[in-house]
Design a protein around this ligand. Structure first.
Ligand code: HEC
Ligand code: HEC
Ligand code: HEC
Ligand code: HEC
Ligand code: HEC
Ligand code: HEC
Length: 208
């Protein structure tokens, strides 16, 4: 709809002029709003993010240089967190625009779809050198639970692989199952010595 109101037309024109003037005064580096992958692998990132478990990810399967499907064979940290050229530029001191993919739940984290897509770009692909999982449509997906709710990638070994740690993660939400899980005595099974994942593939939709 074209505006025939002279005041609106004036406002529109001055807005365009103002925007143009503002752009001219901006540092040219900042105008590159399309981030690229950095060329130095993880080194650039680790210069600043050297605390906590940051380096531990390098001892895990995602940094296995022999695996052509691993992030280390692609863009290292940025395979999961997204291209970081703007983020790392000194001018922004890490407060780059747009933000990198930040995993987890709650305010300030990346949208859930973005988080899932970051993992599923590899883990949903058949025929590559990686463990392929389903996930979409599973009970946990339908209840908006994210990969990082159960998985820790900034670790040498994901604690979910440990039976007790795994059960503790599950019991955070399925507390009743600690005491009220169905028992299978007839088959001589003690569910408390088996990992939950021996029987449940939590990524898969339930069979009807
Ligand atoms: C110059 C130092 C610096 C470098 C280099 C750097 N970061 Fe950051 N990064 C920061 C700071 C500071 C924050 C916190 C920003 C905030 O709270 O607004 C941050 C925040 C983050 C976050 C949280 C999400 C966000 O955007 O706020 C992620 C993920 C991240 N960095 C990953 C990376 C990766 C991956 C690299 C390498 C490509 C990298 N960083 C390189 C300083 C840096
Ligand atoms: C396989 C995907 C993956 C790779 C590779 C990866 N990260 Fe992460 N990163 C995550 C996830 C998921 C989290 C959330 C915490 C967790 O699960 O440990 C996270 C958390 C972070 C955070 C904390 C952001 C916040 O919320 O404060 C920073 C910073 C970060 N990663 C930087 C890096 C750097 C630097 C590297 C490379 C050395 C790297 N990441 C490699 C997936 C990845
Ligand atoms: C660039 C591809 C790529 C991306 C992105 C990626 N992964 Fe992986 N992931 C791999 C490969 C390759 C392996 C090793 C598979 C193997 O050893 O068979 C792996 C292994 C794993 C494992 C098994 C860990 C173990 O101890 O063996 C988990 C869990 C996992 N990834 C979770 C994630 C999560 C969560 C994300 C997103 C935050 C993610 N991955 C992103 C490629 C990727
Ligand atoms: C409700 C918790 C939970 C959620 C959510 C979850 N996982 Fe898992 N995942 C597990 C458990 C448990 C295992 C089995 C660990 C073991 O081997 O003991 C596993 C194993 C894996 C493996 C190793 C391959 C295999 O089948 O053993 C990969 C890769 C993986 N998960 C990726 C993901 C990705 C990517 C997402 C998000 C799209 C995700 N997971 C969401 C709990 C979860
Ligand atoms: C963050 C909370 C959370 C965590 C952690 C979690 N779950 Fe769940 N789980 C749910 C929710 C919510 C549902 C959906 C329940 C429903 O629809 O009634 C569900 C559904 C299930 C179901 C299907 C139940 C059914 O018959 O409908 C199984 C089996 C299950 N989870 C096992 C596990 C296992 C095993 C783990 C640990 C590896 C785990 N869950 C971790 C929240 C969680
Ligand atoms: C020996 C195999 C086995 C092991 C180990 C096992 N489960 Fe199950 N689980 C089952 C079966 C089979 C059912 C379905 C029972 C039914 O429908 O009557 C079930 C049902 C469930 C349900 C749905 C119960 C409901 O009321 O809807 C949840 C949640 C669950 N298990 C969580 C877990 C958790 C958490 C662990 C680990 C601490 C675990 N399971 C270990 C076989 C197992």
């Amino acid at each position: 709809m074209t505006s025939r109101n002279p005041l609106l037309l004036y406002l529109a024109v001055s807005l365009i002029t103002m925007t143009a003037t503002a752009q001219e005064t901006v540092d040219p580096a900042r105008q590159k709003r399309v981030p690229a992958y950095s060329e130095e692998g993880a080194d650039t990132c680790l210069r600043c993010h050297s605390g906590g478990g940051m380096r531990a990810v390098q001892s895990g399967p995602h940094f296995n240089l022999k695996n052509p499907g691993a992030p280390a064979a692609h863009h290292y940290c940025e395979s999961c967190h997204g291209p970081g050229s703007i983020h790392v530029s000194r001018a922004h001191g890490g407060r780059g625009f747009p933000p990198l993919t930040d995993f987890g739940r709650g305010e300030g984290k990346a949208p859930r779809e973005e988080q899932l897509a970051a993992c599923m770009q590899c883990h949903g692909v058949v025929g590559e050198v990686r463990q392929t999982i389903g996930f979409f449509g599973s009970p946990h997906d339908r209840r908006n639970i994210n990969c990082s709710t159960c998985h820790t990638v900034h670790a040498e070994r994901d604690p979910i692989r440990d039976r007790e740690e795994q059960a503790a993660t599950c019991f955070r939400c399925h507390r009743r199952m600690n005491t009220e899980h169905p028992q299978f005595e007839a088959a001589s099974m003690n569910i408390h010595v088996l990992p939950c994942s021996a029987c449940h593939d939590v990524h898969r939709p339930l069979p009807e």
